[in-house]
Design a protein around this ligand. Structure first.
Ligand code: ATP
Length: 637
């Protein structure tokens, strides 16, 4: 649940905390308050004006009640028509003026709140963009989005409601009580004794509604969960393929049924609440009329019927402020919890940032060197152990190894998605931690297994790599990536929509567009995390045809699953449990009888005798394309 006290229970159910909120009450320190108010500082003039507006409109809104007494005593009972009209116009004018000030105050309040949330959102977005990959992999995406959206929106309500409530309710209550006591202390005292009669049942009914709303919200979350699971593309696919439609419908129907029962109970709690409220609000005035009347009739006290009406009016105006002020402590706690949650994100250290003395070379040859690199995602588990290798400019390296052995981890260290624990990764001869981050990432191009395309056209996706790319450059990149034929066969050509995350395209098409995108970027080093598992063999060979000539001419690293790629690389690194256990050429490695041979045999499920046949084909073939057509390219490691 969002820290903003997500559940709603009507205005009378606000003053209660959930168990979770009670357990996570923030510590309100001077530093926290200072930080919260620092967001108001740029708008202090507007805020001061808002405070004045609230004070003036709160006092003004009480005066019509006072004038009602005068209308009765001096106008009607005093039979003074002129006075009656003047008082009615004055009362009307005061109500109008107080409402107009209210409009101005609401506008300024909304303006300040929106500007503060605007500042916070931008600040948070910039901060999150600096966060490392570790942050995004270890935090739930939903959580991050909640902080960006509902938590920060909650801040808006803190400003428009909490601050405003404290001030306007305190002023209204104090002024109303002063007026009442000045008119008649005895009746005022009676009024004060009546207030709890209103407040106690209100809070009791509020508590019931609060409980029911909480249960309804849990039920609603469950329904949303079911919908999210079953109505997503992959969820629906799973339901269909496993024939679980009936079961899922049952689950949905049950939750839906629970929801309506809860909603009916909540509505009824509301009804009972209004019965109590209406009765109590009627008892208060009647008691005042009774006691006031007895005072006039029996004791001839210096009090008029108008005075009693004013007291009744003022008493009615005290109920809400008392109730609201009782809720404010909870509102305040909730607001502070909200700020604490937001500040928690702001205070997360930026793990990967430019070194103060970062260098930006004129150009780079794309050389990569790993020197005794150790790395772990979590302190408990070492992933890379003493990894050392060197990739010279213009050459290529293939990394192979069992799933989970650390291949992707090795390449993640080059564009500094993570930093090494010990040892060093050098790019163009310079430690990546000393290189300007923008320069480094501009010069390293990665085609990852999970291709990400934005919802838009193919053109827009390509331009993401190079904003000013010409039509010719884009076509050339698409041709090199072996996707141009597909694009030109589409009616809209480059303006074909790719759909949400590229879902309108096949895995292979997406992959080739992402290759074209990285070619447009034209980096000094190209990294391919070869995705083959999700592709059919035609898509695979199309990708292969695209990749092979590229690696011939560029400095590249490939996480290879196909033999033809491995054969095209200048060196093969075999990784197992985060360490390089073998390295060299295919023909040597395969004879070693080690990890590579095992990988080769288990993946192909063929006796070693076939290797000779493949080697003969390899010897006969000269280009990677020929190797592929000789049958080697069809074999997947
Ligand atoms: P595959 O061929 O299946 O892609 P891989 O060899 O590329 O595997 P890596 O992705 O580098 O393997 O993962 C190496 C190990 O690190 C795995 O055991 C994995 O569980 C772990 N790992 C990967 N990413 C993270 C992460 N963000 N946080 C914690 N552990 C991770």
């Amino acid at each position: 649940m969002a820290g903003g006290g997500g559940r709603m229970g009507g205005p009378f159910a606000r003053g209660f905390m959930t168990e979770e909120e009670k357990a996570n009450q923030p510590k309100i320190t001077k530093a926290l308050l200072k930080r919260v108010f620092s967001y108001l500082t740029p708008y202090w003039k507007q805020f001061a004006f808002v405070l004045i507006c609230i004070a003036v409109s709160s006092v003004m809104s009480l005066y019509p009640s006072v004038l009602t007494g005068k209308i009765l005593d001096e106008g009607i009972i005093g039979r003074n028509k002129k006075m009656l009209i003047i008082l009615i116009i004055a009362s009307f004018g005061l109500t109008l003026a107080s409402n107009l000030i209210g409009v101005l105050e609401a506008y300024l309040n909304a303006w300040i709140a929106q500007h503060i949330t605007y500042d916070m959102r931008n600040q948070m977005f910039q901060h999150l963009q600096k966060m490392s990959q570790r942050f995004f992999t270890s935090n739930n995406q939903g959580d991050i989005i909640t902080r960006m959206t509902s938590d920060i929106s909650g801040v808006e309500s803190v400003i428009t409601n909490t601050f405003r409530n404290i001030l306007s309710n305190s002023i209204t209550l104090v002024v109303a009580l002063i007026m009442m006591f000045r008119m008649n202390w005895m009746l005022a005292l009676l009024g004060v004794c009546i207030i709890p009669l209103f407040v106690i049942p209100t809070r009791k009914a509020g508590k019931t509604r609060w409980k029911l709303t909480g249960e309804a919200q849990e039920c609603n979350d469950e329904i949303n969960g079911i919908l999210n699971e079953t109505m997503s593309v992959s969820g629906q696919l799973l339901v269909k393929l496993f024939g679980k439609e009936k079961q899922e419908y049952g689950r949905y129907r049950d939750a839906n049924g629970r929801m309506i029962r809860l909603n009916i109970r909540e509505r009824m709690a509301g009804r009972w609440f209004f019965v109590v409220l209406n009765t109590v609000t009627n008892i208060g005035p009647m008691l005042l009329y009774l006691v006031g009347g007895i005072l006039i009739i029996d004791y001839n006290k210096n009090i008029s019927p108008g005075d009693i009406t004013v007291l009744v009016g003022l008493l009615g105006r005290t109920y809400m402020p008392v109730n609201n002020l009782l809720n404010i402590q909870v509102d305040w706690m909730r607001s502070m919890a909200l700020f604490t949650r937001i500040f928690e994100y702001f205070d997360m250290p930026v793990e990967i940032e430019n070194a103060p003395d970062a260098v930006t070379p004129e150009s780079t040859n794309g050389e990569v060197e790993f020197s005794h690199v150790d790395f772990s995602y979590d302190p408990e588990r070492q992933i890379l152990k003493d990894v050392s290798f060197r990739l010279e400019s213009g050459h290529s390296i293939a990394i192979v190894g069992p799933s989970g052995s650390g291949k992707s981890t090795i390449i993640n260290l080059i564009p500094r998605l993570y930093d090494v624990q010990s040892g060093a990764v050098r790019f163009g001869g310079i430690d990546v931690r000393k290189l300007d981050l923008a320069f480094l990432r501009k010069n390293v191009g990665v085609v990852s297994q999970e291709t990400y395309l934005f919802n838009g056209t193919i053109r827009e996706n390509l331009l993401y790599a190079k904003e000013d790319a010409t039509e010719e450059e884009m076509i050339e990149a698409c041709k090199k990536a072996n996707i141009y034929d597909f694009i030109s066969s589409q009616e809209a050509g480059l303006d074909t929509m790719v759909g949400n995350r590229g879902l309108k395209l096949s895995g292979g098409e997406k992959q080739r567009i992402s290759i074209a995108r990285v070619l447009l970027k034209n980096p000094a080093l190209l990294i391919f995390d070869e995705a083959t598992s999700a592709l059919d063999s035609i898509s695979e060979s199309k990708i292969q045809e695209a990749i092979d000539p590229i690696i011939e001419e560029r400095t590249s690293i490939l996480i290879a699953h196909r033999l033809s790629t491995i054969l095209a690389a200048d060196e093969i690194l075999v990784v197992k449990d985060g360490a390089i256990v073998e390295r060299g050429q295919h023909s040597d490695l395969v004879k070693l009888g080690g990890v590579y041979t095992e990988l080769y045999n288990t993946q192909f499920n063929r006796p070693l005798g076939n290797i000779e046949k493949l080697e003969a084909a390899e010897a006969a073939a000269e280009t990677p394309a020929e190797k592929a057509s000789a049958g080697i390219g069809e074999i997947v490691l």
